[in-house]
Ligand binder design. Structure first.
Ligand SMILES: CC(C)(COP(=O)(O)OP(=O)(O)OC[C@H]1O[C@@H](n2cnc3c(N)ncnc32)[C@H](O)[C@@H]1OP(=O)(O)O)[C@@H](O)C(=O)NCCC(=O)NCCS
Length: 175
């Protein structure tokens, strides 16, 4: 059964496969890894470069990659050594996240979509949010992102409002 796990170098080959899937599908792999990864993207094909990328992700709960970002926990969703997707929990909301970004971002590799992984991944992340002191998590998605809207609603998302092109939902992370 797939599980949420911390980023680890054992996923090197599978992670690179996932990046290739994004490229071959004509999708921007940024959705997989987030912004500001250019220095790592140049070197992550090599074991040392990938280890540096993983270290950066593991440090983000204390040291976000960008000074204007909040602390963030990065999790990977994987079955055995197969990387399926990623999910990031932002520990608190700054004005941008409160308006548009929300607490949680996620993506599933193109070859693993429509199998319920995003729905299960978000469900598994809610206790982690709780542990981080987030009682209600803000989730947002583009008005056109039907898949993400369904993922949020399947996890109990309560619609609050639409701001620009974003739908905003709150999910209780515990009882
Ligand atoms: C959004 C995303 C994470 C969904 O991942 P997934 O693993 O395919 O999602 P699930 O399999 O859990 O599907 C959830 C629901 O969306 C539906 N769905 C999935 N892809 C869909 C699509 N392209 N169009 C319409 N509905 C879709 C599924 O059928 C399912 O519906 P159901 O509950 O009625 O059966 C994935 O498409 C993705 O990585 N997109 C790019 C990144 C992104 O948009 N992230 C979210 C930012 S808010």
């Amino acid at each position: 059964m797939p599980q949420l796990t911390s980023p680890h170098v054992r996923f090197h080959a599978s992670f690179l496969d996932a990046v290739r899937e994004f490229t071959e599908a004509g999708l921007d792999a940024l959705v997989l890894v987030g912004e500001s990864i250019a220095p790592y993207e140049r070197t992550w094909r090599e074991p040392a470069g990938f280890a540096a990328f993983v270290d950066m992700l593991l440090a983000e709960p204390e040291r976000p990659r960008r000074p204007d970002w909040v602390e963030m926990t990065n999790l990977w969703y994987a079955e055995s050594d197969t990387f399926l997707g990623r999910l990031s929990i932002r520990h608190r909301l700054n004005p941008y996240l409160l308006e548009l970004g929300g607490h949680i971002g996620y993506a599933v590799r193109p070859g693993a979509r429509r199998q319920g992984h995003a729905t299960a991944m978000l469900r598994a992340a809610l206790p982690r949010c709780r542990q981080l002191g987030i009682d209600r998590a803000l989730l947002t998605c583009d008005t056109t992102n039907t898949a993400s809207r369904k993922v949020i609603e399947a996890n109990g998302g309560e619609f609050e409002d639409q701001r620009g092109a974003k739908l905003r939902y709150w999910i209780r992370t515990g009882n």
